[in-house]
Design a protein around this ligand. Structure first.
Ligand SMILES: *Cc1c(COP(=O)(O)O)cnc(C)c1O
Length: 366
């Protein structure tokens, strides 16, 4: 019996492939790699992922606690702004804490005197295809920009976090950014013990020159005498997970439209935010359909795809790339049934690891 849809299906073998690339990068570069939980926090996979990484990084207290409890290794605590009510618990669960501003550092740094303390620095350069996700956009609040102000506190911090990339699949572009960091911040970097270069480097993309990336990272680490960290999110889970849906109805309003048991806004929200289309494979054949969700949103459309056979009620469709920034953002909009979570094991068996029902919907509000 196939599992009832909708469900997210994580493929262990595909994850193995990405994790093997992480192993190569870590071994060749000396860099440590931390999973960025804001991208992917499906903790039933952590047993598989954790042996290949050094720990986790976070963007909130909840993520700090999840990293500590479910992943292990080094737990880096970062947040754009900690509150008085969170800071003690964050520090208690962290191996390092990174402040986003000097004012947060001055407010809370003394509480963290027993662990390494870092500062997010914004070098003012970045690589991002979207203004929405560009840390160096005008007036960005992500990190300290002012070199003189940073210099004034540098003796009290042991590292910097420089997260400036988003979906960067070009080593040349990344290396050019690193050149700029070196030129602008070199005199500060040599006074540190560690530097986190953040996430956004798409080194699992087929053909990415991992050996050359590793050499560039090693040269950076040696030049400044620092331990380099990377904080991959998306690249770790890319092409590992699908959203499995079924066709509920087929209508024709000028185009053939297949309505499925899912909704873009509820289950693949980033497609709406970044105005992108979902993907199916192989997306070939003579039968073309708009694949649309079952929510009331007029623009609840996954995309327009080609299929080898006509779609009928009950046809199953796999929507690709449903892990990064997808499972962490699922929500109860329209009360649409929440996709279950399943894992395809290396031997092909599919295990259902989590189901959601009416009680979860009720519990999400009061
Ligand atoms: C989002 C984020 C990451 C992860 O970025 P990916 O693009 O998913 O690799 C890492 N570090 C920080 C500080 C982030 O904000």
């Amino acid at each position: 019996m196939p599992l009832p849809t909708p469900f997210y299906l994580i493929d262990e073998t595909a994850l193995d492939r990405n994790l093997a690339l992480v192993d190569r990068l870590r071994a060749a570069s000396g860099a440590k790699c931390l999973l960025a939980l804001k991208c992917f926090a499906t903790w039933s996979t952590f047993e598989q992922i954790a042996p290949h990484l050094d720990g986790t990084t976070s963007s909130s207290l909840n993520e700090v606690k999840l990293g500590r409890e479910k992943f292990g290794g080094e737990t880096h605590a970062y947040s754009v702004a900690w509150s008085d009510g969170e800071i003690d618990e964050a520090i208690a669960n962290a191996d390092k804490i990174i402040f986003n501003s000097i004012s947060q550092f001055e407010r809370y740094g003394a509480k963290a005197a027993h662990i390494p303390v870092g500062l997010r620095v914004n070098p003012g350069v970045s690589h991002s295809h979207f203004d929405l996700a560009d840390p160096a956009r005008p007036y960005s609040r992500l990190g300290e920009w002012d070199i003189e102000r940073i210099e004034a506190v540098i003796d009290r911090v042991s590292g910097f976090m420089l997260h400036c990339n988003c979906e960067n699949d070009s080593l040349e572009a990344f290396a050019a950014l690193l050149d700029q960091f070196e030129a602008k911040l070199g005199h500060l970097l040599e006074r540190l013990d560690w530097v986190s270069l953040g996430g956004g480097i798409h080194f699992t993309k087929p053909g990415y020159p991992i050996a050359a990336l590793a050499a560039r990272l090693r040269a950076f680490a040696e030049r400044f005498g620092v331990q380099v960290y990377l904080e991959p999110g998306d690249t770790l889970v890319t092409d590992t997970t699908t959203l499995e849906v079924s066709v509920l109805d087929v209508v024709d309003n000028g185009k053939a439209i297949a309505i499925v048991d899912s909704a873009v806004e509820a289950h693949m929200l980033d497609l709406l935010i970044y105005r992108q289309s979902a993907a199916v494979a192989p997306d070939a054949g003579t039968h073309s359909y708009v694949i649309a969700g079952k929510s009331c949103l007029a623009g609840d459309v996954f995309g327009e795809f080609s299929f080898p056979e006509p779609l009928t009620i009950g046809s199953r469709i796999s929507l690709l790339n449903a892990a990064g920034y997808t499972m962490v953002k699922k929500n109860w909009f329209n009360g649409v049934a929440m996709p279950a979570i399943a894992i395809r094991r290396r031997n092909g068996a599919v295990d259902l690891v989590r189901e959601f029902g009416y009680a979860d919907y009720v519990a999400s509000l009061s």
